[in-house]
Design a protein around this ligand. Structure first.
Ligand code: EPU
Length: 418
């Protein structure tokens, strides 16, 4: 097990550079198998989710050439092999191989994906989309066989604007015959990044980033070069850290539009920010922070992935703040640990009520999932004394060089392996 240990209560100043987006990368790597040639992806974060996806590529006999920040993926000798549970369960994004293999070979055989336990996370919308394109689905416990004689474009309406279903259907549809229209598609920037990648390979996708995506099927996808967008959730997490401990803290390589909802909430709280073309600097904060009401929503609303780190900041506002989680059923697992550090938070149904300000004091806590773990890092940096975060592997799935980045701006933080 990995443990992150933090000596909190220090002021942080300097610049933190944001890495490539995890949730774009984890879709781009499976998407790359759709080319019959070679795809080069750069600005790839070195996180454990990237490692697992590269292992799946190797299982499929795909040549993977990884150097710092870039991956060259060559599919010339690829084989459509079953993706076993030992691979699929390691992360949620393994499910993108379902859409990509179906698109390429008209058949995918794999097990149910893993990922953070933040809710039931069914994949019914993905499967309905595949069926609409002409696939049949056979399940055997957790194993899925998705296959089609031919994939034909279709009109697909998503009951919920799911990120995963939108991308997976796009992957299956790029080589289908005719036109596919996805209505009520998710609009997250990662979807635009994946669509741009596929278009760079010769796909014909229009409307990514809006709620209607149109895909005209093509027969062949060629060689391409692509860059991963900066990680808006990593950026948001460090901006929140800056709001608590920055003196000042510059977050560089950000697309500020991607963190608009967070920025406006921080301004409402009383955080002073300078927003540049590709950076956000946290200059300081008002002496007394205003309590606020927050509701997570699909993009461009406030990202559910930032809800947990943001809750930590709200422990410092004067009065009663409220956070309502609308995307996942189980995303308040950080609250008992935060309360162990000294906060006053109660959760009822899907709303957390936070009474502040409260002084946080270091203690031993755990990372129950990736963003809950990130919230513990935020809290540990703020808390006086030593905080130990167990199960820190969860955090390393999504934050590249978190210890190095924070150390460089003055934090006392280290990883211990036991
Ligand atoms: N949903 C269904 N059926 C489906 C698909 C989704 O009911 O077939 C429900 C989910 O259960 C959930 C909601 O729809 O309640 C939203 O799920 P969505 O499909 O949008 O999320 P996801 O694809 O599973 C991705 C990110 C998450 C991020 C969400 C929302 C990846 C690998 N994961 O998950 O990231 O929270 O979108 O933006 O891209 C994280 O990075 O920590 C993380 C959990």
């Amino acid at each position: 097990m990995k443990i992150i240990e933090i000596e909190g209560g220090r002021q942080l100043s300097g610049t933190i550079r944001i890495s490539g987006a995890k949730n774009a990368t984890v879709a781009l790597i499976p998407a790359a198998i759709l080319t019959d040639e070679e795809a080069t992806i750069c600005n790839v974060p070195e996180i454990t989710d990237t490692d697992v996806l590269c292992d799946i590529l190797k299982l499929l006999n795909v040549k993977v050439n990884r150097s710092t920040e870039s991956i060259v993926i060559n599919t010339k000798e690829m084989q459509n092999t079953i993706i076993g549970e030992d691979y699929s369960k390691k992360l949620r994004a393994s499910y993108y191989f379902m859409g990509a293999l179906l698109g390429k070979y008209k058949k995918a055989e794999m097990y149910f994906p893993g990922g953070c336990s933040i809710g039931a996370r069914p994949i019914d919308l993905h499967l309905k989309g595949f069926e609409a394109l002409g696939a049949t689905i056979t399940t055997d416990n957790d194993k899925y066989i998705v296959e089609a004689k031919e994939l034909k474009g279709a009109n697909i309406y998503l009951d919920f604007a799911s990120v995963g279903a939108t991308i997976n259907i796009m992957l299956a549809a790029v080589k289908a015959k005719g036109k596919t229209i996805i209505d009520n598609a998710a609009k997250e920037p990662e979807i635009v990044n994946v669509a741009t990648f596929l278009n760079n390979m010769g796909a014909k996708i229009q409307g990514a980033g809006t709620s209607t995506i149109k895909i005209e099927g093509v027969e062949h996808l060629h060689k391409c070069f692509h860059e991963v967008i900066p990680d808006r959730i990593e950026a948001g997490t460090y901006i929140i850290i800056g709001a608590l401990c920055g003196k000042p803290l510059k977050i560089d390589n950000v697309i500020p539009e991607h963190v608009d909802a967070l920025i406006s909430k921080l301004e409402e709280l009383g955080i002073n920010l300078e927003v540049g073309a590709d950076y956000v600097t946290v200059l300081g904060r008002e002496e007394v922070l205003n309590p606020i009401t927050v509701k997570t929503a699909v993009y461009p609303g406030l990202a559910t992935d930032l809800q947990q780190p943001l809750t930590v900041l709200l422990t410092q506002a004067k009065g009663k703040s409220k956070v309502t989680e609308t995307i996942f059923e189980n995303r308040f697992m950080h609250v008992p640990y935060l309360n162990a550090l000294g906060s006053n938070i109660t959760v009822k149904n899907q709303t957390a009520t936070i009474i502040g300000p409260t002084k946080l004091k270091g203690a031993e806590v755990g990372a129950t999932d990736l963003r809950a773990g990130a919230a513990m890092v935020v809290a540990g940096l703020l808390a006086e004394g030593k905080t130990k975060i167990t199960n820190a592997e969860h955090i390393l799935r999504g934050y590249e060089q978190i210890v190095e980045k924070l150390t460089a701006v003055g934090a006392k933080i280290r990883i211990i392996e036991i």
